[in-house]
Design a protein around this ligand. Structure first.
Ligand code: ADP
Ligand code: MG
Length: 736
C-alpha cells in the first residue's frame, strides 16, 4: 500500500470510530445511581431529550434507575451496546473494560477522573486505557471529561440542564468540559442549532485532532468551535485544519497559553507543555483558524460563522435609528476590524431624499426614530444600500437582544431588501448582550435572519458582534484565496533541491553555533545575497584580501564562542585601505583578547561593506510542535524599541511575503517616507521565500536563526545579508 493510501485508510477508520460515538443505536450508563451524580444526570438528559435508541443503566445495586432498567453488568444486558458512558472510580475501570469486551460495546465515553490528571499512578492507568483502545479498536473518549452531545439523535450525554435543544450547524471540540454549557446555552437560547459536541478530557485515545477531522466531513456541521489547551498530535491537528480549509469549513478557537500564568495552569491541567504562543498564533492564522480570546467571542463568532451564505467582501453598511449607536459604531469599527465603507454619491443622493433632515446620512447610517413610523424611509434606505453594489454586508443595529418581528416595519423592510439583493448578506445585531428576548411581544412572528432571509444568524453585543462579523468576512476571504500549496504540511514530505547540499554543509560544521561565514554559505545556497568575504589569519593576510575586495571593508572577529561580535570590540566598520585593514586586524585581536581571553580566535573575517540602506532583521525559531516559524521586521536600532515584527509559517509564497511586508507598522519607512528612496521590497520578499525554504529543509537540524541585519537597498539595488547567526538543535548527547 502506498503511503497516501495508508493515510487515507487510517483516516477512514478513525472516522468510523468517531461515528460510533455520536450515532449509537443504544446507550448503557455504567455507574448510574439512585443517589445521583454526573452520569445519572446524563441518563436523565437522554430520557428528557428522547434519545433515539435503547437506554440501559449498569449498577449491581439496583434493578431500575429513573424508570430505566438497571443491569449488574454490561454483559448482563444480553445484546450489543452502541455506546457505554462510564462514571465509576478510575480503579474500577479495568473491570468495566473487561465487561465491555464481553458485552460487545461499540464505543466508550469515560467521564471518570483519576488518570493523567492525577499523578504517576493515574498516568499509568491512562496508558493502560490507551493500550486497551488500540488493542480492541473500540474508541474511547475521555477520561476526565463532561461527555458529549449529538442534537440530531437526542444523544444529550452531558449533565447540563438544557432548557431547549435544537439540531443545527454549530459543532464543538472542547478540551474543557465547562465550556460545553457556556457555549451551547447562549446559542440554543437564541435558536441556533447544535450539531456534534465533545468534551475530550485527557484524550487517552481519541484527541481533538481526531474529532476536528471527523467534523470537517460531517455534512451538517457548518462551523467547528474549539477550546484547546494543548495539541497532543500537532501534525494531525494541522492536517485536520487543512482539510477544513480545503472544504471552506470555518474553525473558531480559544487557545489558552497566552500568559505564563495560564501556561502553568494548562500544565497542571493536562500534564503537558503548551507550545510558544507566538508560534501558535502564526500557525492558526496560516490554517485560517479564527482565534478568539473570550467565551463570549467564541459564542458570537461561532454564531456568525454558521451563516450558510458567506459575504462576498468586506464592505459593511450599518443602519439603526439612533445617532448614539452610529457614533459608537464608528468608533468601534477599526478596533473590531470592520470597514464601514463611505457612501458612494448615488447612494447618498437616494438617502438624502428620504432620511429626515435631523438624521445623518453616512455610514454608519442613522435613520432617526421617525423611520419607525414611516416604512417608506426604512424600505428605501435598506434597498438603496443593498442594491447599490457598494456593500457586501448590511447590518441592522437593534437596541436590545431580540430578533425582529417579521411583520413589523423593520422586519418587512429587511426581508424586501434581502430579496432584492441576493448577493448581499443581511444581518441583525443586538447592540447589547445579556438576556435574550425570544419574543418581546407574544403576538409577534419573530424571525432570525439566517432562517427568514438567508442572512447571518442574530448577533449579540456591539464589540463581540462586530468582531464576529469581521471573522466571518475574514474567513470567507481566506477560503476564497486558499490553495493546496499553502498547506503547512506540504513542507513535511517535500525537500527543496538544495536540501542535500545544505545537510552536507552542516555535517562539515560540527559546532553548536555556526560562525557568520558558515551561516552565510547556507544563506547563499538558498539564493540570499551575502557579502563577499574571506578569513584572514594575520594582519598581512588581511591586507592581501583587502586588495582583492571592493572598498570600503568591514573586519570582524571569527571565534566559535563569540556570538555577538560588536559587544567585544570584534567589528570595525568602514575600513578604507589594505593598510587600514591590517591595522583593524590588530585592533580586533587586542580588543577580543581583553574582553574574552577564553575565546579561540580563528582569525578575522574581511568583508565588503554594504551600501547604506534600511536594516532588516529576518529570523526563525523552530517550534518543537509546529516546526519553523519565521519573523522579520525593521532591524538595527528599531527592532527592540518598536517590536514591529511579522510572523509567518512556511511555505511562504512571494505574495504572502509581500502582504506581510505591507503589514509592518514601519512600512512607510520602506516605502520612502520623508523623501527617502523606496526600498527594494521585491528583493526582500524573494529573500523571505528563499529563507523559508531553507528553514523547511533544515527543520530537524536547527534551533534558531538570526540574520541581523540585512542591508536593504533602494528599489532595484537588492539587498545583502551582512551578519548571520545559526544555532543548531542540541545534539542528544549534549542534552544528557
Ligand atoms: P554582531 O555580531 O555584533 O551582530 P554584525 O556583523 O551584525 O555583528 O555587525 C554589527 C553592525 O555593523 C551591524 O548591525 C551593521 O549595522 C554593521 N555591519 C556589519 N557588517 C556590515 C557590512 N558588511 N556592511 C555594512 N554594515 C555592516
Ligand atoms: Mg548582527
Amino acid at each position: 500500500m502506498t503511503g497516501n493510501a495508508q493515510l487515507q485508510l487510517e483516516a477512514e477508520q478513525s472516522d468510523d470510530r468517531i461515528h460510533r460515538l455520536f450515532w449509537p443505536d443504544s446507550v448503557a450508563i455504567v455507574g448510574a445511581s439512585r443517589k445521583g451524580g454526573f452520569v445519572t444526570e446524563i441518563l436523565k438528559n437522554l430520557k428528557k431529550w428522547s434519545f433515539a435508541g435503547e437506554i440501559a443503566a449498569v449498577n449491581p445495586r439496583y434493578g431500575e434507575i429513573e424508570g430505566v432498567r438497571c443491569y449488574p453488568s454490561i454483559g448482563a444486558i444480553g445484546r450489543p451496546v452502541g455506546l457505554a458512558i462510564v462514571g465509576v472510580p478510575s480503579g474500577n475501570i479495568p473491570d468495566v473494560l473487561a465487561d465491555c469486551g464481553n458485552g460487545r460495546v461499540g464505543a466508550i465515553q469515560i467521564i471518570s477522573s483519576g488518570f493523567a490528571d492525577q499523578g504517576d499512578e493515574g498516568r499509568a492507568k491512562q496508558a493502560r486505557l490507551a493500550e486497551w483502545a488500540a488493542r480492541t479498536g473500540v474508541p474511547i473518549a475521555g477520561p476526565n471529561c463532561l461527555g458529549l452531545l449529538n442534537a440530531a439523535n437526542g444523544l444529550v450525554a452531558l449533565q447540563t440542564p438544557f432548557q431547549s435543544m435544537k439540531a443545527g450547524g454549530v459543532s464543538a471540540v472542547l478540551q474543557s468540559g465547562m465550556l460545553a454549557p457556556s457555549l451551547l446555552m447562549p446559542l440554543l437560547a437564541r435558536g441556533i442549532g447544535i450539531g456534534r459536541v465533545v468534551t475530550t478530557g485527557n484524550e487517552a485515545d481519541l484527541d481533538a485532532a481526531d474529532f476536528i477531522e471527523h467534523l470537517v466531513d460531517d455534512e451538517e456541521t457548518r462551523v467547528i468551535a474549539c477550546y484547546c489547551e494543548q495539541f497532543k498530535r500537532p501534525r494531525e491537528f494541522v492536517r485536520a485544519c487543512e482539510r477544513a480549509a480545503e472544504r471552506g469549513k470555518p474553525i473558531v478557537m480559544i487557545k489558552v497559553g497566552r500568559s505564563e500564568a495560564s501556561r502553568r495552569s494548562a500544565l497542571a491541567h493536562t500534564g503537558s507543555l503548551v507550545g510558544s504562543d507566538v508560534a501558535v498564533d502564526a500557525v492558526l492564522r496560516k490554517l485560517g483558524v479564527v482565534r478568539v480570546d473570550t467565551i463570549d467571542e467564541l459564542v458570537e463568532t461561532a454564531a456568525a460563522l454558521s451563516a450558510a451564505k458567506k459575504p462576498r467582501g468586506g464592505r459593511v453598511a450599518f443602519v439603526s435609528f439612533s445617532g448614539g449607536a452610529v457614533s459608537l459604531l464608528a468608533d468601534l469599527a477599526e478596533p473590531c476590524g470592520i470597514d464601514f465603507t463611505p457612501l458612494p454619491d448615488d447612494v447618498r443622493q437616494r438617502l438624502d431624499a428620504v432620511v429626515p433632515e435631523y438624521g445623518s446620512v453616512g455610514n454608519p447610517l442613522d435613520l432617526t426614530g421617525q423611520s419607525v413610523y414611516e416604512p417608506r424611509i426604512l424600505e428605501e434606505a435598506l434597498s438603496a444600500l443593498g442594491s447599490s453594489g457598494a456593500y457586501d454586508v448590511v447590518l441592522w443595529g437593534r437596541d436590545f437582544p431580540s430578533p425582529l418581528d417579521l411583520r413589523g416595519t423593520i422586519g418587512t423592510a429587511m426581508r424586501k431588501a434581502g430579496a432584492g439583493a441576493p448577493d448581499v448578506l443581511f444581518g441583525i445585531m443586538g447592540m447589547v448582550g445579556g438576556n435574550f428576548f425570544a419574543t418581546p411581544d407574544p403576538a409577534s412572528d419573530m424571525a432570525d435572519p439566517a432562517v427568514s432571509f438567508d442572512g447571518m444568524p442574530f448577533l449579540q453585543g456591539t464589540g463581540t458582534g462586530l468582531k464576529a462579523l469581521s471573522a466571518l468576512i475574514g474567513h470567507a476571504e481566506f477560503a476564497r484565496r486558499w490553495r493546496p500549496e499553502n498547506r503547512i504540511s506540504s513542507q513535511w514530505d517535500r525537500r527543496s533541491p538544495h536540501c542535500d547540499t545544505a545537510l552536507r554543509m552542516l555535517a562539515q560544521t560540527p559546532g553548536p553555533v555556526l560562525t557568520e561565514r558558515e551561516g552565510k554559505h547556507l544563506l547563499a545556497l538558498y539564493g540570499i545575497p551575502v557579502t563577499r568575504e574571506a578569513l584572514a589569519r594575520s594582519p598581512q593576510e588581511a591586507m592581501r584580501i583587502a586588495g582583492e575586495l571592493r572598498l570600503p571593508l568591514v573586519l570582524k572577529v571569527e571565534a566559535p564562542e563569540i556570538v555577538h561580535k560588536s559587544d567585544v570590540g570584534g567589528v570595525v566598520l568602514d575600513v578604507r585601505s589594505p593598510e587600514d585593514a591590517a591595522q583593524a586586524y590588530r585592533r580586533i585581536v587586542e580588543a577580543v583578547a581583553a574582553h574574552r581571553p577564553d575565546a579561540s580566535v580563528a582569525g578575522v573575517l574581511v568583508q565588503e561593506m554594504a551600501a547604506p540602506g534600511s536594516e532588516v532583521i529576518l529570523g526563525a525559531k523552530f517550534d518543537p510542535q509546529f516546526g519553523p516559524v519565521i519573523a522579520f521586521g525593521l532591524g538595527g536600532i528599531w527592532v527592540e524599541a518598536l517590536k514591529d515584527l511579522q510572523v509567518l509559517v512556511p511555505p511562504i509564497s512571494r505574495s504572502e511575503a509581500l502582504e506581510a511586508i505591507a503589514r509592518l507598522r514601519g512600512i512607510s519607512i520602506l516605502q520612502g517616507a520623508r523623501g527617502g528612496a523606496p526600498a527594494d521590497i521585491d528583493a526582500l520578499a524573494d529573500c523571505i521565500t528563499g529563507f523559508a525554504r531553507m528553514c523547511s529543509d533544515l527543520t530537524n537540524e536547527l534551533d534558531e536563526i538570526d540574520i541581523n541585519p540585512i542591508m536593504l537597498g533602494s528599489r532595484g539595488t537588492g539587498l545583502t545579508a551582512v551578519d548571520c547567526l545559526i544555532v543548531r538543535k542540541q545534539q542528544a548527547k549534549e542534552l544528557e
